[in-house]
Design a protein around this ligand. Structure first.
Ligand SMILES: [Zn+2]
Length: 246
């Protein structure tokens, strides 16, 4: 069963699909925020579109439109970044889930593709009382996701620091695979390469304190070939995670 874009169907088509057993919907939560000098602000939202689609295909699900603003306060020092307050974000999550819960979906998969969304997503989901028969799957373990990304990069001979948590080799390779025309590799520069513990303790006070270009990792070894594999890996990883929840 292939995936379907929720927003490209009529309500009647969606209703019929749900009745015939397509009862899962994936909702990606991206961002509009700086991604160094080489990637566009919509990077996390585009990754949401593509990773979400891959996951929806594996699940035979609907893909809802990616929420294109996220919690990006730590990127606001960089021009063009648009950030939601965490309270606003939690309200959006609750309203999205409440809407979809009315229509017969049995599984609602909430997929953050931006680091700042993980914590408020977990907080939002903790407060939601799912409607009868509805199960919410929220991937909220950022450290596990960064770990899975680093493992993929290792298979291409790139270490975890370069693979990076933001605009590094992993994310840049993904963009070279899905939106090559939007990547400016000639402007790619090495970013912060220190410990993950230092990143997690400092990044939310402002990413510019770690790297003046807003990059965590090193985008220079990125390739489209690696990005295609990373996309497969992350989709498989998320599919396994959903499957493990039962
Ligand atoms: Zn990103």
């Amino acid at each position: 069963m292939t995936a379907l874009h929720l927003d490209q169907l009529t309500w009647a088509d969606i209703k019929q699909e749900i009745q015939t057993g397509r009862d899962t919907v994936v909702v990606p939560f991206g961002s509009t925020e700086q991604h160094g000098r080489h990637l566009p602000l919509g990077t996390d939202a585009m990754l949401g579109d593509e990773i979400g689609w891959g996951l929806a295909e594996r699940l035979g699900a609907f893909l809802a439109p990616t929420v294109r603003f996220g919690c990006s306060a730590h990127h606001l020092a960089f021009t063009g970044t648009i950030s939601l307050g965490e309270k606003t974000f939690r309200s959006i999550v609750a309203d999205v889930v409440a809407s979809l819960s009315r229509h017969g979906f049995r599984r609602i998969v909430l997929l953050p593709t931006h680091g700042g969304n993980f914590k408020p997503l977990a907080e939002a989901v903790a407060k939601i009382e799912p409607a009868g028969g509805v199960r919410i799957y929220a991937f909220t373990d950022l450290i596990r996701l960064v770990g899975a990304a680093a493992e993929s990069s290792r298979s291409f001979g790139v270490d975890a620091a370069k693979s990076g948590a933001h605009s590094g080799e992993w994310e840049t390779s993904l963009m070279l695979a899905i939106r090559p025309e939007q990547v400016k590799m000639d402007r790619a520069a090495e970013g912060f390469l220190g410990e993950l513990s230092e990143i997690t303790s400092k990044v939310f006070d402002g990413i510019q304190n770690l790297d003046q270009n807003g990059v965590l990792g090193d985008p220079r070894p990125a390739t489209a070939e690696a990005g295609k594999k990373y996309l497969e890996d992350i989709v498989e990883y998320l599919y396994q995670w959903v499957s493990d929840q039962g």
